[in-house]
Design a protein around this ligand. Structure first.
Ligand SMILES: C[S@@+](CC[C@H](N)C(=O)[O-])C[C@H]1O[C@@H](n2cnc3c(N)ncnc32)[C@H](O)[C@@H]1O
Length: 300
């Protein structure tokens, strides 16, 4: 199957439980997270009048950015129509107007020089032709318009994260042996109807890249972006994040207490501060997990 067809089938299926899987919310916890990532890329923030998110999913980045007050007119686009529908619906629930379009990031349905800001979160690593996608991002930005792409996995960070996920799986299985598997473990994909099972089983095929930060910079410059910078963050915070997310996905809904997302977030914040204020001073950029790219379309 064509890789883009796989993205559509997998992400359309995932849209129904995406927010639960990633503990996505549109409250203070996620607004704070998105505000923090955005200020890293654009110190001082500012206000961007016309904004689009590419690969918007259910609206985690765009809608929380809107709630943080940085953006005006909102557009969202994704290759999976159910993701776009959910993003627009989530906007409606929050009282935020969003114009949605179903589109491939490599062929955006907007005229040249349309946007003041183009954002993406955890999307670049799904795109087969990065050169084509970044060229499109540049084309639809106004001269001087800003690009902010966050949440992309680094090559080294991803390798370590895979070990953490394996360890977390073993930990939850041991817990299940003690507590009784039926009592704590969610049903796995084998219990899904055939079509859903087919969609769920595409998960290992949709993550296409990890990145060395300097390679993304070279790519962004090669399609004409100016003022290109990458920064990386999260080391121990990321290990904690992957361990908890792996466990959450394996456990039955309702096992974790209501306060769990906030508790997990506060622990993540403490580790994040340690990574940021201590480890980032002494370790190389490439070992941290999350890469943020920021650049500007050249001014005329
Ligand atoms: C990991 S999700 C991230 C969603 C959202 N940005 C977030 O952070 O919650 C990746 C998204 O990229 C979308 N995607 C994958 N390939 C794409 C493509 N070629 N063009 C546009 N969107 C794509 C998927 O459908 C999915 O919604």
């Amino acid at each position: 199957m064509d890789v883009k067809q796989q993205q559509v089938i997998y992400h359309d299926w995932e849209s129904a439980h995406y927010e639960q899987k990633w503990a996505i919310s549109f409250d203070q916890r996620c607004i704070e997270y998105v505000r923090g990532r955005f200020l890293r890329a654009v110190p001082g923030g500012g206000h961007f009048e016309k904004v689009v998110e590419v690969g918007c999913g259910t609206g985690f980045f765009l809608l929380n950015l809107a709630q943080a007050g940085f953006v005006g007119e909102l557009h969202c686009t994704d290759i999976a129509s159910k993701m776009v529908a959910r993003c627009v619906e989530n906007g409606r629930t929050l009282g935020i107007d969003v114009h949605g379009s179903v589109a491939d990031a490599e062929r955006l349905p907007y005229p040249d020089a349309t946007f003041d800001l183009l954002v993406g979160h955890a999307v670049l690593h799904h795109l087969p032709d990065l050169d084509a996608a970044l060229s499109e991002f540049r084309r639809v930005l106004k001269p001087g318009g800003r690009l902010v792409i966050a949440g992309e996995p680094t090559y080294l960070g991803d390798r370590v994260a895979n070990r953490v996920k394996q360890a977390a799986r073993v930990g939850v299985k041991l817990l299940a042996v003690v507590a009784g598997a039926g009592a704590v473990l969610a049903t796995d994909h084998a219990d899904l109807a055939a079509e859903e099972h087919r969609a769920a089983s595409l998960e290992p095929h949709v993550d296409l890249h990890t990145f060395r930060p300097q390679d993304i910079e070279v790519l962004a410059r090669s399609v004409g972006f100016a003022d290109v910078t990458t920064l990386t963050e999260e080391l121990t915070a990321n290990w904690f994040g992957w361990a908890t997310r792996t466990a959450e996905a394996m456990l039955k809904p309702g096992i974790l207490p209501d306060r769990y997302p906030w508790l997990a977030y506060r622990t993540w914040q403490t580790l994040f501060a340690f990574d940021d204020q201590v480890l980032r001073r002494v370790l190389p950029k490439d070992v941290f997990y999350n890469c943020i790219l920021t650049a500007a379309a050249p001014a005329d």
